[in-house]
Ligand binder design. Structure first.
Ligand code: KIV
Length: 298
């Protein structure tokens, strides 16, 4: 489905009397409106002190399930590289791949704000390359915003995209596209690293980002960044105090093979469920108990 132009933007209002102060986080999640959520709704949520959930999605079918479940923001993350496309890291993911996956997620949803990730190599050369790449995700895939990694080092890219009318979600802390340089380690530990993370957070806010992902940073530091910024923070492995939380859907639903990071909460073991169903199907076929009369035509 094509992204609607940002028309009459009213922050979604909770049903009258439906919300007690303690569950005011329901305005984005579970709101009544069926129109697309926009970055202005996200800004309003921060003002109202609401928390919100974000999940990754890489295909139309899964995205439609999350959309029906009321997930207000979906990230077509370049984690598609390791979670969907079979690469070892996010580094090999291409802009063509991200455009194709993002378009599928947009088609599968009607309400969520869809954020498309700019893959490694599609914005590091500078603002003009970033604009060219982001324009593809906006025009060809129909996403409502893009995400890119980096704090101070990416502020010029963010500035040009925002000036050009493209909402940007920034991503600091652990930035997986830099795995070859930084590995997968907690970021922002120690005074100097914490001060750098704060500078990065302020730099992306000043450049015009509408939200910032904080990945794998100490909970206390993430809480401080969340207090200091007026844009929402989206935590992953960043403790409970961020404005929003994001998880990679294949981790959260137990489809990922092997170990998942400590910060993941696994809500179901889909890998076991799917493998069990596949084995049952195979046994039925081999034993001649499928198909039966009700599955046959005459
Ligand atoms: O690519 C991705 O899924 C991400 C999230 C982990 C934030 O960047």
């Amino acid at each position: 489905m094509t992204q609607l132009p940002a028309a009459p933007e009213q922050p979604e209002q909770p049903a009258q009397g439906a919300l007690k102060p303690s569950d005011s986080s329901r305005a984005l999640y579970g709101g009544k409106s069926t129109r697309r959520i926009t970055v202005r709704d996200i800004a309003a949520a921060k003002e109202r002190g609401e928390k919100w959930p974000m999940l990754t999605a890489y295909d139309a079918l899964t995205a439609s399930v999350f959309d029906e479940a009321g997930i207000p923001v979906m990230l077509v993350g370049d984690s598609a590289g390791n979670c969907h496309l079979g690469y070892e890291t996010t580094v090999p993911v291409t802009l063509d791949e991200m455009t194709m996956l993002s378009a599928a997620v947009v088609r599968g949803t009607s309400r969520a704000l869809i954020v498309g990730d700019l893959p490694f190599g599609s914005y590091q050369e500078g603002p003009v390359q970033a604009l060219r790449s982001a324009t593809r995700l906006i025009k060809e895939a129909g996403v409502g915003a893009v995400k890119l990694e980096g704090g101070e080092r990416s502020h010029r890219q963010i500035e040009l995209l925002v000036e050009s009318g493209i909402p940007v979600m920034a991503h600091i802390g652990l930035t997986p596209q830099s795995v070859n340089a930084m590995g997968y380690r907690v970021q922002g530990r120690g005074d100097e690293a914490a001060a750098q993370l704060l500078r990065d957070a302020k730099a992306v806010q000043d450049a015009g980002a509408f939200a910032v992902v904080l990945e794998l940073v100490p909970a206390e530091l993430a809480a401080e960044v969340t207090r200091v910024l007026h844009i929402p923070t989206v935590g992953i492995g960043a403790g409970p105090e961020t404005d929003a939380q994001v998880l990679v859907w294949t981790d959260m639903l137990g489809l990922t093979a092997g170990r998942v990071p400590k910060f993941v909460k696994q809500y179901v073991n889909l890998r076991e469920v799917m493998a069990g169903a596949a084995r049952s199907f195979a046994e039925d076929v081999i034993g001649g108990t499928f198909p039966q009369e009700e599955h046959s035509v005459h």
